[in-house]
Write a protein that binds this ligand. Structure first.
Ligand code: NOJ
Length: 529
């Protein structure tokens, strides 16, 4: 394979933007598309190749954009279609591609499709959604629970039937058995591809098809994972159905047929063995699928290594992993894995960028931004609002980017009230870190640059190396060794030879390794040789 045969996204570093919290250009306290354009130079400087934008399409914001009321228009408080076009063009000028977020499992209750669907049992779009009669005693059609808690069915009194929603009741599930629904989404893809987007991240793409007979889910058992036990049932029939792969193959055909071919990244919260199936034969379903067992693993050598080895083993030939530590739903890795400790944050970054696969950073990861605890009255996520204090929701990882210190944090104007409180800017602003060669930001940038200039770090195969307990070492291709000390003790590793091209303490770059490689607490190095 020559370099030009390697698709761009395999060697890319991707970066997720949560638009409402990235940068506010007009002082209304909410991030917007123009704000993203204003900060493209930061991403260019950092070395990012592609941006995944959380939804910017029209939404009444019951779930902050993940309840879409129009798939082919821009949410007015985030900008206009013309600004979106300008974003694509300005990003392209810097060699950065734009990926959208597609939410095919459900719409908003305000989407005209649902408005029509719920209007009568004989409505044109009635079967675009999942409607079912009540049980004999008026109860929901089956026992399914919503992944946001409570029954997955809501009774619509006007027609006497229940509609299905795997999330909020404001997010009715589409019926993906319908050919009309499939065709409508082909058009959505086409609309954005014509505007130059490079692909889509696909929201909960593993659950879009439900059991055609709407069978009850079996009860959970004590052998199930904690979250399955929490719901009291195994999600056998309301997601992960075999027929979902037909839809993914349809989309892959569609994206392969475009010029240039577009990228599909799936949100696939499943175990590693099941994850592999979402790549189909390695060439005919998703290009990339998020690895949730990795995201949720403890930051320990044995646990992490096992997941990566399982991933490497289960994936079909041609399948390419995606590695991420944070997103707008999961606690930020800087808090979850690294407890805000700079040494651990750097080592987590070496892991994310040193594995075989495409790293996806979440806005703020590059400065080691952590979660921010929040008072109930400041929360905007419906889950935090509903379940606090049992569950604080997802606002802690959605706080606005701290661009610089001072009122507004460079996110919004000094006098404006940000839609969520600003993150903790304890030395973690972009501006301060840009001026500090020892900052996490400077380190992230060096790491990205190193990846770009080291072909084995981009595309070389993965092989675990023997290492002492708590240390995880692996080889990439024929020339690169990555070693992480995931303990608080000094350690030594035999058999590593070459030149240190990056070390997380920034103390021996360029030096040759003679004898055993010694590592301090939570130190990591990349060696070429
Ligand atoms: C996953 C998204 O990432 C999350 O933010 C959203 O609430 C659910 N899917 C429902 O769309």
């Amino acid at each position: 394979m020559t370099d030009t045969d390697i698709p761009w996204w395999k060697t890319a570093v991707l970066y997720q933007i949560y638009p409402r919290s990235f940068a506010d250009s007009n002082g209304d306290g909410m991030g917007d598309i123009a704000g993203i354009i204003d900060h493209l130079d930061h991403l260019d400087w950092l070395g990012v190749d592609g941006i995944w934008l959380s939804p910017v399409t029209v939404s009444p914001n019951a779930d902050w954009g993940y309840d879409v009321a129009d798939f082919c228009a821009v949410q007015p408080d985030l900008g206009t279609l013309a600004e979106f076009d300008r974003l694509v063009a300005e990003a392209e000028r810097r060699g950065i591609r734009i990926l959208m977020d597609l939410v095919p499992n459900h719409t908003s209750v305000e989407h005209p499709w649902f408005v029509d669907s719920r209007s009568s049992k004989t409505a044109e779009k009635r079967d675009w959604y999942v409607w079912a009669d009540p049980g004999p005693d008026g109860t929901p059609p089956n026992n399914w629970v919503s992944s946001f808690g409570g029954p997955a069915w809501t009774l619509d009194p006007a027609t006497g039937q229940y509609y299905l929603h795997n999330h909020l009741s404001e997010q009715p599930d589409l019926n993906w058995w319908s050919d009309d629904v499939r065709e409508a989404f082909d058009d959505v893809f086409g609309f954005w591809f014509d505007r130059g987007v490079a692909g889509f991240r696909i929201d909960v793409c593993n659950v879009i098809i439900k059991d055609a007979e709407l069978r009850d889910n079996p009860p959970s058992t004590e052998d199930d994972d904690f979250d399955v036990q929490l719901f009291g049932q195994q999600p056998v029939y309301n997601g992960n159905r075999p027929e979902v792969h037909d839809v993914l193959r349809r989309w892959r055909k569609l994206t392969d047929a475009t010029d240039p071919p577009r990228l599909l990244i799936g949100e696939t919260p499943v175990k590693v063995a099941a994850l592999a199936a979402y790549y189909g034969d390695g060439t005919d379903e998703l290009h990339l699928a998020f690895n949730f067992p990795f995201i949720t693993a403890p930051f320990e050598a044995e646990a992490m290594r096992r997941i990566v080895e399982d991933t490497e083993e289960h994936f079909p030939a041609g399948a390419w992993p995606a590695w991420t530590g944070s997103n707008h739903d999961m606690s930020r890795f800087s808090s979850r894995w690294a407890e805000g400790d700079g040494a651990k944050i750097r080592t987590a970054l070496v892991m994310l960028l040193g594995l075989r696969g495409t790293p996806v950073l979440y806005q703020g990861d590059e400065i080691g931004l952590g979660d921010r605890a929040m008072a109930h009255e400041d929360m905007r996520d419906p889950l935090g609002v509903a379940y606090f204090p049992a569950y604080a929701g997802r606002d802690a990882m959605r706080t606005p980017m701290p661009w610089r210190s001072g009122p507004g944090g460079g996110f919004t104007e000094a006098g404006a009230r940000p839609w969520l409180p600003l993150g903790d800017d304890d030395g973690a602003t972009v501006e301060e870190q840009r001026n500090d060669p020892d900052s996490v930001l400077a380190f992230t940038r060096r790491l990205i640059a190193l990846r770009r200039e080291t072909p084995d770090l981009q595309t070389g195969s993965y092989r675990s190396l023997p290492s002492p307990a708590g240390v995880w070492a692996w080889r990439r291709g024929d020339s690169v060794t990555v070693v992480l000390n995931l303990t608080g003790d000094d350690t030594e590793l035999e058999g590593v030879e070459g030149r240190v091209v990056l070390d997380s303490r920034n103390r021996r770059q360029g030096t040759a390794i003679r004898g055993p490689l010694t590592l301090g607490p939570w130190e990591s190095v990349i060696v070429v040789g």
